[in-house]
Design a protein around this ligand. Structure first.
Ligand SMILES: *Cc1c(COP(=O)(O)O)cnc(C)c1O
Length: 572
């Protein structure tokens, strides 16, 4: 880590400049060495911050410190996930700031301190990221443990963490001297207690005349899930015990729901700008929450972070300046065939070398390799491609060999998600005698493995159950590396798919909800008639698809475009 003195000096400069936007997220992935994320939400937060820094957007981010991370995954011989803590040392990667505030949890005063990581933009702008820490000697064991695990523990633990994030976050910013914050951006409902802290700040408790508009005009809310089961909800007796009467309960119930404290509801009622994360997700959200105006800003990825080394060299040569201006990736259509193919083969070679080192699956560089990596949760349907295993074997036998690489962690409490991993691992064992299909499940999906996969496979497969994929971003990473998606028409792919030009769709756009049999059939038909033949017999056509992934999709599905939309639609 660079000298602490410099970091502190630059941090002071950020405060003096006045970072007007405060971005709150339960998980943020700022660096592959800092395991404080579980999946897409945290990766998106990190990419957002990196783009904001590059673009000079005056932003400060707030999240929690998790000293034991999310989980380190091992998979046993039967395919069952084992979870180990992911210990890391904040001292090695961030600096502790000399600052402290308190929040009340179960009527106890809990001390909160803060670590800072500075994200540096390409042109010298910085975004400070604050990691709130309660693991301090004066706190009791439960309060200290709030800084151990992301998404660990029970409802009580979760609510207490959300108090630290929302209430503690606002207080830390104030204590730090951040003045004139014009917008508080809640990245998902976990952060929405911040709006209650603001409500208290803007109101004289004696008057009992709550000025909700003061809060609304400062709050922005991005919703990330199209299923209500995925939203945090807490029973009021628990709220009373853990949070206490932070605002009068009548008022809280009118804002957050009569039955339970629904964090999404709270954020919807206290924000002037609300958005979903893809066009389709915006529409689905409007139907879920009638009466609210819900816009959409489609997600992206940070181009310079997700382009692998070999394509980065190619872009440097043919599209200089692409890192600060990823829109210029549209010129990728001019990169010669041979060079696109060579860059891809080098990235693929590295992935295959890795796979063969960590497993005994003997992958080959010339064989069509299909990747599938995402959180192992049932709606993502990692097993759809095995709907009819004999048909899959027949296709690979007749049309050309395939290799399948899987990865993904299940949440420790997600039993069905763990069964899904075990099922996929079992199938890979059944296939071990097949000449035409090779398969591997890689352990411990994280940012580094994600990058290796989304730059090293030939096709990126995504088969979520509609309409549950809010956006999905891994296919955007693949597009940045010239890799076509083969995917259900849900989330971002509704916008990104041009059939046979940027990849292939699975199933019909007309069905709003998934029909598994039809989708499996569509998957097999396209794999047999289009994907495998194009890969083995029409190389020029294939490379043309690769170039269109970059020119049409990477140039648009990046966080530079996304952050600029937040600036003009939400922050200004
Ligand atoms: C990009 C990424 C995700 C999110 O991918 P989805 O397509 O949204 O499922 C999750 N985990 C890791 C490690 C990633 O890199």
């Amino acid at each position: 880590m660079e000298a602490k003195k410099n970091l502190l000096y630059e941090h002071e400069e950020c405060i003096k400049r006045g970072n007007k936007i405060a971005y709150f997220s339960m998980e943020i992935c700022v660096d592959h060495k800092i395991p404080t994320y579980s999946g897409g939400l945290g990766i998106l937060a990190g990419d957002t911050i990196r783009s904001a820094a590059d673009l000079g957007v005056p932003l400060t981010a707030v999240t929690l410190l998790y000293k034991k991370g999310y989980l380190k995954q091992k998979i046993d011989g039967q395919g069952y996930q084992q979870e180990l803590p992911e210990e890391w040392n904040p001292q090695e990667v961030m600096v502790k700031l000399p600052i402290r505030i308190q929040v009340e949890i179960e009527k106890r005063k809990v001390a909160v301190e803060c670590w800072m990581y500075l994200v540096r933009g390409i042109d010298g702008s910085n975004v400070p990221v604050y990691f709130l820490d309660t693991d301090l000697p004066e706190n009791n064991d439960f309060d200290r443990s709030l800084s151990y695990y992301l998404y660990g523990g029970d409802e009580r633990y979760r609510l207490a963490q959300e108090i630290v994030l929302g209430v503690g976050g606002v207080r830390i910013l104030r204590e730090m001297g951040h003045k004139d914050i014009s917008h508080y951006h809640m990245n998902e409902g976990h952060a929405s207690l911040l709006a209650l802290e603001l409500l208290n700040n803007f109101n004289n408790l004696e008057k009992n005349n709550w000025d909700i508009e003061q809060v609304k005009k400062r709050c922005v809310f991005t919703t990330h899930t199209p299923v209500s089961a995925g939203m945090d909800q807490f029973p009021y007796p628990l709220v009373e015990q853990v949070l206490g009467e932070i605002i009068p309960f009548d008022l809280l119930k009118s804002l957050a729901g009569a039955e339970r404290l629904n964090m999404t509801q709270l954020a919807l009622n206290l924000s002037h700008y609300i958005n979903g994360v893809a066009k389709k997700h915006g529409q689905v959200s409007c139907e879920m929450f009638p009466g609210y105006h819900i816009d959409s800003i489609t997600n992206g990825v940070h181009s310079a972070t997700w382009v692998g080394k070999y394509f980065a060299e190619l872009y440097d040569q043919y599209i200089p300046g692409w890192k600060s201006d990823p829109f210029s990736l549209r010129y990728a259509l001019n990169i010669p065939d041979g060079e696109v193919w060579q860059a891809h083969q080098k990235a693929k070679g590295e992935l295959i070398e890795y796979i063969n080192k960590v497993s005994n699956s003997a992958f080959e560089k010339e064989v069509l390799t299909i990747g599938f990596a995402r959180r192992a949760t049932t709606y993502k349907r990692a097993d759809l491609i095995f709907y009819d295993l004999n048909r899959l074997k027949e296709i690979a036998g007749k049309k050309g060999k395939i290799q399948l690489v899987f990865a993904g962690k299940a949440h420790p409490k997600d039993g069905p998600g763990k069964e899904l991993i075990a099922k996929v691992v079992r199938i890979s064992q059944q296939l071990s005698d097949s000449d035409n299909i090779k398969m591997v499940y890689l352990e411990d999906y994280n940012m580094d493995l994600g990058k290796m996969l989304t730059s090293g496979v030939d096709v990126w497969l995504n088969t979520p159950k509609k309409p549950q994929e809010a956006s999905g971003t891994s296919g955007m990473k693949a597009a940045h590396n010239g890799i076509p998606s083969f995917s259900i028409l849900d989330g971002w792919w509704v916008e990104g798919c041009i059939e046979g030009v940027t990849g292939w769709s699975i199933g019909s756009a007309a069905n709003l909800e998934s029909i598994e049999q039809e989708e499996a059939d569509s998957l097999y038909r396209k794999l047999e008639m289009e994907v495998i033949p194009a890969y083995y017999n029409q190389r020029a056509h294939w490379i043309n698809i690769m170039r269109h992934c970059i020119a049409v999709n990477a140039s648009f599905f990046n966080t530079h475009r996304m952050v600029l939309q937040y600036v003009s639609n939400a922050y200004l």
